[in-house]
Design a protein around this ligand. Structure first.
Ligand SMILES: Cc1ncc(COP(=O)(O)O)c(C=O)c1O
Ligand SMILES: Nc1ccccc1C(=O)C[C@H](N)C(=O)O
Length: 452
């Protein structure tokens, strides 16, 4: 455990006004009842000691769905790699107890538990984007009568770029071959989506949780429909891994990709992950590299590729150890707590937040909630919609709350079960109340910052 003298605050000094010095009681709504409930929830929160393991920047951090915070555990693991490098040089690859040579495999085993996969179905490697390119090139060969690719209009841009490029690389025409599940209101209709999984579709690719609205898609029925229609199904788990359980193996998803730097807090640009269902393990990777070798054969340096069994074969070059160590360090926290308890707290956090936002919506009609209310239809963050979302995000940050902004009108608020307190959310609501009441956002320019 972290000692009480551990530096909890001030790791990053943002120079914000700070929530503590911010008066919220001027002609405002009375948040006392909600605050009392939040304090009771905090007092009985079984995960509350986890917060002590994280470096918490000044103010309230609600951007863990973009970059999760640093834990002492991840820090120690990264420092451990540096120490080993310092003292052992090349022997770091083999020195016990954590040889670098097998660190990706040990991480894959832990990650598999979080997503309902067999260890042999997961590899920790590459980036979300590079893994998607790799799996598409390996598994999807368009054929006559099944050339169409189904994606949704709300998917994260990198996925769309990769899929368009893949279609073009396979001799197709993205304009003609892509079928879009459209959205009128920022959400996807599951009925629409299932209906569009028609006979002429060969590949479908969705996110488990949509990055803007936080809508969660039901993977089991989508995968069942994909199976019955002979469609290859891929899923991007970037916004759900570490926040909720998955059942990729049992649901029979064909493949999946994700990053580890959001809810999992493995560090900026941490090594990413991929899943390939075991029924596809006979297919060789499209872009092999020596790090995908059977580990007992890798240093034979043979000209023919003796690949690892399963997803490990999709590794390519030497793992980026400094970017892998953070994951190795933080994973045991998730495994010890168990992903079901994490989801339980995450839902309780977003419940409280949405309840408060509904109360604010009654006071400020321009404010709307862009996230589905039903627990099974939402992920770990809440999207707030407002015509001045860009300026509101800046005003929140100025007053000590870190959200992010996604164009055109979304402020995302992501409480993370391991380090967000219920009371933080009530403070956020109070700050937001005053920003809206006094139109404090007008002090900020419209438009996003380079990184929003
Ligand atoms: C759904 C989704 N996919 C992919 C990415 C990013 O891909 P990469 O990790 O390759 O930068 C993000 C966020 O950056 C994301 O939200
Ligand atoms: N990788 C990043 C690097 C810098 C800033 C943000 C990101 C994000 O991950 C954004 C996130 N995927 C999103 O849902 O918008």
């Amino acid at each position: 455990m972290v000692s009480s003298s551990h530096p909890r605050v001030g790791v990053l000094e943002w120079g914000v006004k700070g929530v503590a010095g911010f008066r919220t009681d001027v002609n405002g709504k009375d948040w006392q009842a909600l605050r009392e409930r939040a304090l009771t929830l905090d007092a009985s929160d079984p995960l509350r000691s986890m917060r002590d393991r994280f470096y918490l920047p000044q103010g309230i951090y609600l951007d863990g769905n973009s970059l999760g915070l640093l834990s002492v555990d991840a820090e120690q693991a990264v420092l451990g790699v540096l120490e080993t490098w310092k003292h052992s040089g090349i022997d770091g690859w083999s020195s016990e107890p954590d040889p670098w040579f097998s660190m990706a495999e040990s991480c894959a085993k832990g990650v598999a538990t979080l997503i309902g996969a067999k260890p042999s179905e997961v590899a920790v490697t590459g980036s979300t984007t590079s893994n998607l390119h790799h799996l598409l090139a390996t598994l999807h060969k368009p054929r006559a009568g099944k050339r169409r690719v189904l994606i949704d209009a709300l998917n994260f841009p990198t996925d769309v770029y990769a899929i368009k490029a893949h279609v073009a690389n396979q001799g197709g025409d993205p304009e003609r071959d892509l079928v879009w599940v459209d959205s009128r209101d920022g959400h996807l209709s599951i009925d629409d989506l299932l209906t569009q999984m028609r006979d002429d579709v060969g590949l479908a690719f969705f996110s488990s949780v949509l990055y803007q609205s936080g809508q969660r898609l039901p993977i089991a029925p989508i995968a069942a429909r994909a199976r019955s229609q002979g469609i290859l199904l891929g899923v991007d788990l970037s916004h759900s891994i570490g926040a909720m359980p998955h059942a990729l193996h049992d649901d029979q998803v064909d493949f999946a990709v994700w990053c580890h730097y959001k809810y999992l807090s493995a560090g900026p640009g941490a090594v990413a992950g991929l899943f390939i269902h075991e029924r596809h393990h006979a297919v060789p990777p499209a872009f092999p590299g020596w790090w995908g070798s059977d580990k007992t054969r890798q240093f034979d340096m043979a000209p023919s590729f003796a690949r690892a069994k399963g997803a490990g074969a999709f590794q390519q070059g030497t793992p980026h150890m400094l970017s892998l160590a953070g994951l190795a360090g933080v994973l045991p926290l998730f495994l010890d707590i168990g992903i079901d308890r994490i989801r339980e707290k995450s839902l309780a956090l977003t419940d409280l937040l949405m309840e408060g936002l509904e109360q604010l919506g009654a006071l400020y009609p321009e404010l709307q909630i862009g996230t589905p209310r039903a627990a099974e239809a939402r992920g770990g963050h809440v999207a707030l919609l407002h015509p001045h979302a860009d300026r509101i995000a800046k005003a929140l940050k100025e007053h000590g709350v870190t959200p992010d902004f996604r164009p055109p009108n979304i402020v995302r608020l992501a409480p993370v079960a391991l380090y967000t307190q219920f009371a933080d959310l009530v403070t956020t609501l109070e700050v937001l109340d005053r920003i809206l009441r006094e139109r404090l956002y007008e002090a900020h320019d419209a438009g996003r910052n380079v990184i929003a």
